[in-house]
Structure formats: structure tokens, C-alpha cells
Design a protein around this ligand. Sequence first.
Ligand SMILES: [Zn+2]
Ligand SMILES: [Zn+2]
Length: 629
Amino acid sequence: MSEGYNHKEIEARWQSTWHETGIYATDIRGARRPYYNLMMFPYPSAAGLHIGNLFAFVGADIHGRFMAMNGYDVFEPIGFDAFGIHSENYAIKQGINPRILTARNVERFRETQLKISGNRYDWSHEVDTTDPAYYRWSQWIFVKLFKAGLAERKRAAVNWCPSCKTVLANEQVIDGRCERCDTVVEQRELEQWFFKITNYADRLLDHLDHLDWSEVVKTAQRNWIGRTVNPEDGKVEYHLRDWLISRQRYWGAPIPIVYCDRCGTVPVPEDQLPVLLPDVEDWKPKGTGSSPLAAIPSFVNTTCPNCGGAARRETDVSDNFLDSAWYFLRYPSTQFDDRPFDAELTAKWLPVDMYIGGREHSVLHLMYTRFITMALHDLGYLPFDEPFKRFRAHGTITKDGAKISKSRGNVVNPDEYIETWGADTVRMYLMFMGPYTQGGDFSDRGISGVRRFLSRVWHLVVKHADHVYSGIAPVPYRRRLHQTIQSVTEDIRELGYNTAIAALMEYVSTIQQRDELYAEEVESLLLLLAPFAPHITEELWGRIGRPYSIHQQAWPVTDPALLIHETETIAIQIDGRARGTVELPTAAAEDEAVEAARQVEAVQRYLNGSAIQRVIYVPGRIINLITRG
Ligand SMILES: [Zn+2]
Ligand SMILES: [Zn+2]
């Protein structure tokens, strides 16, 4: 009897070893094959990391691990989108200053949730949007856009959320309701700050044809931009409106503008940024149409940077979607205090190679990032004008068939599941529930099945650890292995994680029945499993005497000679009469056999366009195509 699979001990030990040895820290300057693997950074809410966040992050992490084992220098950073109404609404509910609450939430997300997930984050490049060292550059972007005529203050009918007591952008109103609190939004005539995203409407639309992005997102953006051409007078109209960027709230980056009676609207000089968000007692939204900052004379009253006379500061803060519209530019350059992003590092790492996130951000975050990237490109700051080479939308998960929500009481707390089952089991289960791009249903019964699979792998490898055969495995064994390598590789490449896991499970049941295992078999199995279950595979890799770390090994390569299927000749009949033969892979499926038979010229002639009503297929012997009812 081999020793049991103790996930707690194994996971804690390898997490600290990975941290100490820095295997996930990217050589940001020296990397030879840079690959920027981005996932949407979370709002550090008081409720903690949601199982949906974990689902999104693990899927992106598997992609990153796969690319790393394929020889890329993968950069996988994470951070916190910590300003904004979402965080502030929690603070109001809890009656705690958002500054204190946010710091606490970030700590909890990082230390007790993200770090135990097993993701290969490079923590040395963490971004927190509420850090003055970060929002200084959000303000810098505002100033740049203002100077370029892309930010303007104007009076307009705007969306007002009476519950959040602030205006909202059109993109933040979903079916007439506030995106954050679900309250019915009102229209108010107000003077507000706008970014002129409409200047970019045609470019935002036309580029979509060439972007390697999930279709669902491209369609949503096309519809949102909504370009229509009126044939009579040929007038072009758009659904897209300018991006309303000001908020009458406390928890955001102050808009870096000063009003002077003599000079008018003056941007804060770049060397005077950041305009610090003051620490105040009364930070709750007032509903007066002004931010709480308007009630703080020491903040409001300032001197004009232009003439030195008395002046007033803008008291609105910017939409936190501005913070998240450029965070991916910051990650590689977090060590710089004197520039938002370093030109050399930006050219090396960007645009982002792969971005994975939720489709609910199609016309919000994903549209704003494209606009900001285009604007910064046109101003000469970026050598590219699209931020993400590839974007893939992941699916959503339900619990026991129902939407996961607090009110239903079916919230899945990832910490508890990781504690009970281990991060490897939770990771694999999340990926096994259904196709990653569609999502699946989380159930406690399902997770125990995945745990049993990992225990099986554990016992299998531990049992054979001292006596795996070092010689070359017999051809049938190798053929089976290389077919598995082939299908797992193809599936992972397309984010088909559930089918990759199914192939691994099938493979394990096959080799489990045998008395002897060969080194190539055990090694390849662990390597293929490594992106999904990074801890157990690292442990077992050591136990079979292989050098640390499995995550720095090369992905197994298939031997094409072993992938040629054995074939057999079967007879084709049409309505019971022999009409030819076809060469098929052994045990081909019926639709495969029908498709192959249809390609035979004689069959096409005899069928002469008639529809096949029925098929009688005896694998290895005969396929009879019936055209008569
Ligand atoms: Zn609201
Ligand atoms: Zn002045």
C-alpha cells in the first residue's frame, strides 16, 4: 500500500518552493521569446474571490503554462482594479472607509486566495490602481487626451444612478439599469467630462474584421458602434456616444484639471502629478451632483498653474474604466517611476499575445482599451494601435443548474473547496465541467470524481516510481501514448480543456491495468497534466527522480510515425449492391465511414445525387448506404 495523496502538504510546500526559486518571475529585459499572457484583473471586493474569477484565471493560467512548456518566456502578471463604484459601494454597506477596506481586500485576495490557486503569477509586477504611483499615470493619460482635444467638458443629457448618486457612461447602463447596483437610471441635464471615443468609431469598427478575437465580442462591438448609412442623403449615423468619464464619487483618481477665472480650464502640469486623493472623514456620495471632494476646501482651493492666481480644482473623479483601460501597458514597466510605460519594454512585450476574460466586458473595458490604445498611438506613445493580438471569452458557471448569486445562497467559496479538495482538484474540476469558452455546472459530486482521478494518478506513479522501465516501450504502448499527446496538445491549444482532461483520464485507465510502465509513459503523463494540476505533478516528477521543475520542461513532442492509424479495407454497398471499397482507420466511427465512402468516385456515380436514407455499418467489414425508404 503506497502512501496517501496529501494535497495540503504538497501544495503548501511547492507554492513556497516556487516562490523561493522564482520560477514564475519573468526576465522582463532578457526574455528571448516573450509571450504576454493576460487575464482580467479583479475588483478586490469584500466578498472575496468569486469561483467565477477562479474559473477565468485558471483557464488563462493553463494557457500560460502550456506556452511556457512550449518554449516561450511567459509573462503572467496580476493586479487589482481597486478604484470605483463597485469597491466604494461595498465600503458604504460596511460603513468602512474604502481606503481601509480596499487595502484589506487586496491583502486577502493576494495572500489567502490567489496565492493558493497554483497560478504562475509574476508577483514582482503587481498593479494596484489605487496606488498614487499608478493613478498618477491614469491622470497623465487624461491630461494627454485633454491637450489633444480628446477630453472635453460639455453639457448633455446623461445617465444618473440615484442609488450610486453619480452619472454613468452609456456602456454602464444595461437595459435601463445601473451596471453596478441594478437601479433604474434617470436622465439628467448636466455638465460633464467626456472622452471623444466617437472620433474613433470607424477605426474601432473597421479593425474588427482583422482581429483574432472571439466572434461574440466582435459582434457586440459592431452592434454597439452601430454604424448606419442613410441612403438618401448618405448621412452616416452611429449608436456609439462619447465616453462619459467623470463621476461624482470619492473612490477614484481625481480629474487633473484646474479652473481659473483668468485662464479658464487648465490641465495640471505633468510634473505636478499625481493629484492625490485626499484622505477624508466624509467620503460618502452626496447626490448633489458634486463629488464629496467638493466639500473639502483644502482640496478645492489651489493656485492656477498658468498665472499663479487663485483657482479651483475639478472635484469629480474619473471612471475606474479609465484605470483598467491601460493597466496592461503598466505591468511590464512597474519598476519605473518616471514614465507610465517604458518604450523598449513596451516594444518587446506588447501588444498582448493572449487576453482571456469575460464577454460581459465586450463594449465596456474591451472597447475602452482599444480607444485608449489608438489615442496613445496617434499621440506617438505606442508603436501599435490595437492592444490585444488575441482575445478569447471564457464561459460562465452555474451551481447545481442555477445562476450563482448571494440571494440564491449558492455561492461557492473557492477557499473552502481548495482547503477540502486541494487546488489541483479544484482547478481540474473547473476545467472539466464543460468547454472553457462555454462554461459548465459546478456540483459537489463532480468534484469528487476529479479528486479520485488525481488519487489514481498519485498511486499509479508512486507505485511504479522505483521501477519504471528505462528502455523503449513496445510500439502499441507508444502508439497509445503519442495519440494521447497529440489530442491533448491540440485541445489545449484551442482551450478545449475538458476534452484534454477526458483524454488524460482515458489514458490513465488504459495504463493502470498494466503491470509495467515505461519512463516515457510516466514522464509524458505528468508533463501533459502539469498545466492543470501543477502541484501534484511537481511532486511526482521529483519522486520519479527528475530534476526540478517540471514546469520548466519541454512539452512532449509527438512522433508522427506513431500517429499513422492502422487501416483496413471495407466494402461499400449501395442499396445492398457492391459498388466499391474504401480504406478506413481501424474502428472508424459511422459518420467517418460514410464521409469516406462518399468520396469514392464510383459511389458518387451510383448515388447520382440521391439522398442516403439509412446506413448499415459493420466496422471492419461493410458499409451499406440505403437510398430507398
Ligand atoms: Zn448604481
Ligand atoms: Zn490662471
